[in-house]
Design a protein around this ligand. Structure first.
Ligand code: ATP
Ligand code: MG
Length: 627
């Protein structure tokens, strides 16, 4: 069988015979008590996977590996910020997780209680996550880059009993104290104030005191060597809450279960990422994002693989750092965002070629559109290592659309995240809610029940779950809020978000289409397009491009012509700018709503996170010099 035939067969079965398919996948994990039903879908759209089964994530991710691979590295921590490295074996991890679980119990944390983790990329963050799930507590990791108000709103929403934080994080060599942000956040919360546990890294020489704070090192003393039995929880017991990036508005608290989550993670490693026990995975993301939850922490540990935990920037001390780690740790699978690759594209492929990449089997990219040109560039730069685009969301926790390295990879098409992953019955709807077929752009939906691992509800708000995700079509369908199209071979292409549509004189264009066209110009590294208000046409296109290093600067007319040639005269941008950089979230997404606000002369308002505040000025400056 070819990989494509194999995929087709497995995919069909995952939809037509869901229970048999997922029942088999569930054998990849340990059940303390077997489940009674693979799927309970009595109350659509709510799903309960592996009902009645008792299990524990920490047991599956840590305890289970100690006998067979206790001396294998579980977590290889590399910090180019504090210039430190630490190898933590599965045995070490077992010890540390038990000790921290013991401390959590002393602090009064019980099964079902929430613990907010506000930590930089240090091993203690993973230990804390594991300690929580060991005792049945529900963690909510908040990205270290979030400021006080974002923190306060997440504390209010999840009402944690405990917050675990550090004195400071570091970024690009600069110390960012966490405690003043936390203190300000705590002063703004309306729920009962949680206890605060502080890991002092010695980075902040003058740390701001928080009343009642507990010093981690001191508090851990009596818990050294303690063992805490894992709490066996029912499969649908919540394992964690994670808030979406907030690109489109108020973040939603994505709640994940226990059993379905584990089965999803484990099978994705086998079929999609092709990483097995003893192999090495590096997800260049942050534990505060879903990619970090799934592919820095849960999936590699559940698999018995080694995970690289990297604290630092991808271009510091130099743009070759990640590739040098590939060589050094013999990394088999690398996962990052298109943004990180575009950054490298600007600095050139020599940084990649300088290192031995013979261990690397696949590079995965997700989080935002991977334009054809960047896909082609990185594929060439990697000289034979396949590059797989995969499309997913915080809500799903693992890919919706992907290619399958574990099945030997089907044909890869540039610009396409390939085909639906197991269990996702994808559907495209036109603007009237009518299902459409091949080569027609529509809203991407998933016919429920959603497969294992997907969000089970919005934390504390079942209503919002149904209203937000299942109410846009006549039929009960899960809305991704993205546009897509599929070709004659069934390959999908993501065309941008529902709210990223530009309407020029009645012609609806996706921002992605315009950006994709600009990226075909050989000098362009990345692009952003927005639709600005226009009295006459409804909207006009304003576009911004960032150039590659050492190229001749193309004229604005030349760039506009590229778009007109590729899409049509209607898509020719009214204003075109060459800029130094684009405003992005810390997870690497271009913040188009901020660009649009500036372009329309409005205040961009509060932003989820911003990679570099200077980029707002860059846009402002460009817009002021329009011609
Ligand atoms: P919010 O839902 O709070 O507005 P968000 O959607 O940015 O935030 P995430 O869940 O982190 O938060 O991002 C998922 C979105 O990212 C997808 O819905 C899609 O728009 C985009 N995306 C992710 N992967 C890809 C990809 N491979 N190609 C194109 N777009 C992608
Ligand atoms: Mg979203």
């Amino acid at each position: 069988m070819t990989p494509a035939e194999n995929y087709e067969k497995m995919y069909r079965r995952s939809i037509d015979d869901r229970e048999a398919f997922w029942g088999e996948q569930a054998e990849l994990i340990y059940w303390h008590k077997p489940f009674e039903r693979v799927l309970n879908y009595d109350k659509p759209p709510f799903v309960r996977w592996f009902e009645g089964g008792l299990t524990n994530i920490c047991y599956n991710a840590v305890d289970r590996h100690v006998a067979e691979r206790g001396d294998q590295i579980a977590i290889a921590w590399v910090s180019t910020e504090v210039n430190e490295r630490r190898n933590i074996t599965y045995r070490d991890l077992y010890t540390q997780v038990n000790e921290m679980a013991s401390l959590l119990k002393e602090l009064g944390i019980e099964s079902g209680d929430r613990v907010l983790i506000y930590l930089p990329m240090i091993p203690e963050a993973i230990v804390a996550m594991m300690a929580c799930v060991r005792i049945g507590a529900v963690h909510s990791v908040v990205f270290g880059g979030f400021a006080s108000l974002a923190l306060a709103s997440r504390i209010d929403d999840a009402s944690p009993k405990l917050v675990i934080t550090a004195d400071a994080g570091m970024r690009g060599g600069k110390v960012t104290p966490y405690k003043p942000l936390l203190l300000e956040g705590l002063n703004a919360v309306t729920v009962e104030r949680p206890k605060v546990l502080v890991i002092n890294r010695g980075l902040d020489s003058n740390p701001c005191p928080i009343a009642g704070e507990i010093d981690f090192a001191t508090a851990m003393g009596p818990h050294r060597g303690k063992i805490v039995d894992p709490e066996w929880v029912e499969s649908s017991h919540p394992s964690y809450i994670l808030y979406t990036s907030g690109t489109t508005g108020r973040p939603k608290g994505v709640q994940r279960d226990t059993g379905g989550h584990m089965v999803a993670m484990r099978q994705s490693m086998k079929y999609i990422y092709n990483v097995g026990p003893g192999e090495v995975m590096f997800a260049g993301s942050d534990i505060g994002w879903v990619v970090g939850h799934s592919y820095i922490v849960y999936a590699p540990l559940l698999t018995g693989a080694t995970t690289i935990l990297y604290e630092g920037l991808p271009i510091r001390p130099d743009p070759g750092i990640w590739w040098s780690l590939v060589a050094e740790y013999r990394i088999n699978c690398l996962f990052t965002s298109p943004t990180a690759i575009r950054l490298l594209k600007k600095t050139g492929a020599d940084w990649i070629h300088a290192h031995d990449l013979s261990s690397l089997r696949t590079l995965f990219l997700a989080g935002e559109p991977l334009d054809k040109e960047t896909h082609r560039w990185v594929t060439e730069a990697l000289q034979g290592v396949p590059v797989v685009d995969n499309y997913w969301q915080t809500e799903t926790g693992w890919p919706i659309l992907t290619n399958f390295a574990g099945l030997g990879l089907m044909e890869n098409k540039f610009g396409s995240p390939s085909k639906p992953a197991f269990g996702y019955e994808t559907v495209l709807l036109d603007e009237h809610g009518v299902e459409i077929g091949v080569n027609t752009k529509g809203s991407l939906m998933v016919r429920p029940p959603l497969p294992p691992g997907c969000m089970t509800t919005v934390w504390g708000d079942d209503d919002r779950f149904v209203k937000t995700y299942f109410s846009t079509a006549k039929e009960l369908l899960y809305a991704t809020f993205d546009y897509a199209i599929y070709d004659d071979d069934g390959y999908y292409f993501i065309m941008g978000r529902n709210d990223d549509v530009i309407n020029v004189a009645g012609h609806r264009l996706g921002t992605r289409e315009v950006e994709e066209a600009l990226c075909t110009h050989p000098a362009v590294a990345e692009a952003a397009a927005v639709g600005i208000h226009d009295e006459l046409k409804g909207q006009e296109i304003e576009a911004f491009v960032v150039l590659m290093a050492n190229v001749a600067v193309p004229s604005e007319d030349e760039l506009k012509a590229v778009v007109a040639r590729q899409i049509g005269a209607i898509a020719r941008p009214k204003f075109m700018h060459v800029v130094q950089g684009l405003p992005k979230t810390r997870s690497g997404k271009v913040i188009r709503r901020a660009i649009l606000a500036i372009a329309e002369g409005r205040d961009p308002g509060e932003l989820p996170t911003i990679e570099d505040g200077k980029m707002l000025e860059v846009i402002r400056d460009a817009v002021e010099h329009r011609h």
